[in-house]
Write a protein that binds this ligand. Structure first.
Ligand SMILES: Cc1ncc(C[n+]2csc(CCOP(=O)(O)OP(=O)(O)O)c2C)c(N)n1
Ligand SMILES: [Mg+2]
Length: 611
């Protein structure tokens, strides 16, 4: 650290308070008291302890700072104003349309790595970043500021546990224990020893301090990395600290001060306030930047037509294959890697693999953290278990995170394990994520080719893999552009176009054969790209088959393939009949269940005749 004098840091903290109050008063909304409690912590961190280049927030070896309590955004913006990066006039436009200083931080801002504001997510992201630092041989630290109310979230403890397991001594959690939440006091108020004990039990080094005592804050920050454990600083603070009529008062959460109140508050803070401009900030070490560039090409595939292989296994093959030449690729899994086949990568590249154990929210957070550090993270589990990380996935969408999700064991075709293991909502939920890409291959070649595009593309991707073995139907050189579809059967005089994906594609092909014997022709399309949909191919086929389409999917009727097709084609005057799972499934054989839920070849043939 650079010896910054205590009075100066106190003064900067008050300047940050003034900015937070002024900006939220101008905006007419926001959380000034949540900023005030953490102002001394943030001032001490940003003006003497964190090593970063304030002119270049993206520098690869800058210390990272995640404001997990994202509602204190004005405090973060104030810090980046006082270090000279954000022009002061911008603060007056806080929360206004067109201003990047939004109500909660998003990576629209160069100094924000991930969106925060949905509480409980920052620490998991921090774990991913801390792991990335180690992988890249960089010595930056990752600091995560959390609220005391926030740490009631289970995801915080999933992250705390994993950080303890991996002994991430480059990860520092700071709990702003200001006693209050939003609507009332937190469960433990100022009994901060409760938090200390909990973190200790999770394998952390714990420092309990007065979060308004700059000397104490400085001292513990000087000890960062001196242990082989992650460090938590449990800082006892007061909400609204520094302003007499706000400090420790209930009823002020999320309320801006009116003009008179703001004037009064600033009058209290102004006399000791000091600018941070020009204060020396410790420079990060000039260590070599990691090579995060994509390879020119990937090794070729080697499947034979007719080989029987589940798409989940093809996923494992693909990840291991492209991981060979693409150093950016990392894998995380939630104790399902022998089922998702991520273990093919884990065995080959242990240093780029992170077992997250059975904690899916954290797993997605960790992956998002890796993505924010330039890696291409693949997170896998049974597709249905991504539902419990849906908020993390949603926020990843807001972050425009580079996040690749691969969900196996989809639909009733998993069979005997029964309904709790069947993903039947995953397409709906993944389609609804802003900016997402949703892919659903039917054979091994398609899986491998789509995975390459996932690795090369940017953003949130979801690949849906299946449990049953299916035959390879495409040659090794077939291309699968995202947003395309494959017409597998088509003849003049076809009565209807059947659109399928995954296991139902093979049912549709069987139905086509059976119907052909009866003299009825159908067009069969493999909709391997659900979002964006291969609309052009499906529409062109539909227009040749009486403007009629039947969709068939191993997914609930709501929000899946059928709705995707209907949504795109109804405006073109195409009639879309959906075959999908309805009602509550049961254990059984895959064939029995496909028949029972009306998505097998017989059901398709019947529907063709009635349509
Ligand atoms: C997951 C989630 N639940 C609820 C909220 C609404 N909310 C915003 S701030 C807040 C209270 C936070 O209290 P604390 O973590 O103690 O932060 P403080 O403002 O006291 O620093 C709540 C409930 C949210 N943003 N995210
Ligand atoms: Mg609080």
């Amino acid at each position: 650290m650079i010896e910054t004098d205590i009075e100066l840091l106190k003064g900067i903290a008050n300047q940050l308070r003034i900015h937070s109050i002024t900006a939220t008063t101008a905006a007419g909304s926001g959380h000034p008291t949540s900023c005030c409690s953490a102002a001394d912590l943030v001032a001490t961190l940003f003006f003497g302890h964190m090593r970063y280049d304030p002119k270049n927030p993206h520098f690869h070896n800058n210390d990272r700072f995640i404001l997990s309590k994202g509602h204190a955004a004005p405090l973060l913006y104030a810090a980046w104003t006082e270090n000279g990066f954000v022009p002061i006039a911008e603060l007056d436009k806080l929360r206004q349309f067109g201003c990047e200083l939004e109500g909660h931080p998003t990576p629209r801002l160069a100094f924000v790595d991930v969106a925060t504001g949905s509480l409980g997510q920052g620490l998991g992201v921090g774990v991913g970043m801390a792991r990335a630092a180690r992988l890249d041989n960089l010595d930056y630290n990752t600091y995560v500021l959390l609220g005391d109310g926030e740490i009631a979230e289970g995801a915080v403890w999933e992250a705390a546990s994993l950080a303890g397991v991996y002994k991430l001594n480059n990860l520092i959690a700071i709990v702003d224990a200001n006693r209050l939440g939003q609507s009332e006091a937190t469960a433990f108020g100022h009994d901060v020893g409760v938090y200390a004990k909990r973190f200790d039990a999770f394998g952390w080094r714990v420092e309990e301090i007065d979060g308004h005592d700059i000397e104490e804050i400085s001292e513990v920050l000087s000890g960062v990395g001196l242990d082989d454990k992650p460090l938590v600083i449990v800082a006892k603070t007061y909400k609204g600290a520094g302003v007499s009529f706000l400090q420790d008062k209930e009823g002020w959460h999320g309320k801006p001060l009116n003009k008179e109140e703001a004037t009064k508050a600033i009058a209290e803070l102004q006399p000791s306030a000091k600018s941070g401009i020009g204060v020396p900030i410790p420079a990060p070490a000039q260590l070599p930047a990691p090579n995060n560039s994509a390879p020119a090409s990937y090794p070729p595939l080697n499947y034979n037509l007719g080989d029987k292989i589940a798409t989940r296994e093809a996923y494992g093959n693909a990840l291991a294959r492209i991981g060979e030449v693409d150093q950016r690729i990392v894998a995380v899994d939630g104790d399902t890697k022998n089922s998702t086949f991520a273990d093919k990568f884990f065995k080959k590249f242990p240093e780029r693999s992170t077992e997250c154990y059975i904690a899916e929210q954290n797993m997605v957070g960790v992956a998002t953290g890796f993505g924010a550090r330039g890696k291409v993270p693949f997170a896998s589990t049974f597709a249905t278990f991504f539902t419990r990380a849906y908020d993390q996935i949603r926020v990843a969408g807001i972050s425009k995170a580079n996040l690749k999700l691969v969900g196996s064991h989809v639909g009733v075709s998993i069979g005997e394990d029964g309904p709790s293991q069947m993903a039947l909502e995953d397409l709906a939920m993944m389609r609804a994520i802003v900016g997402s890409t949703v892919l659903y291959p039917s054979d091994a070649v398609a899986t491998e080719k789509l995975l390459e595009q996932m690795a090369l593309g940017k953003g949130v991707y979801f690949l849906r893999t299946s449990r049953p073995k299916t035959p390879v139907i495409y040659g090794n050189d077939e291309q699968f552009p995202v947003g395309g579809a494959k017409v597998l059967r088509q003849n003049a005089g076809d009565k209807v176009t059947v659109v399928a994906a995954g296991v139902t594609l093979f049912e549709a092909l069987k139905a086509a054969d059976a119907l052909k014997a009866e003299g009825i022709g159908i067009t069969v399309i493999d909709a391997y790209s659900i979002k964006p949909l291969g609309k052009k191919e499906i529409l062109a086929a539909a227009q040749k088959t009486n403007n009629t389409v039947i969709t068939v999917e191993d997914h609930y009727a709501e929000g899946g393939l059928g709705d995707a097709v209907a949504g795109e084609l109804s405006v073109e005057g195409i009639k879309v009949h959906k075959l999908a799972v309805t009602g509550l499934p049961h254990s059984g054989k895959a064939e029995e269940l496909l028949a029972k839920f009306g998505i097998d070849a017989a059901a398709i043939a019947k529907k063709v005749k009635s349509a």
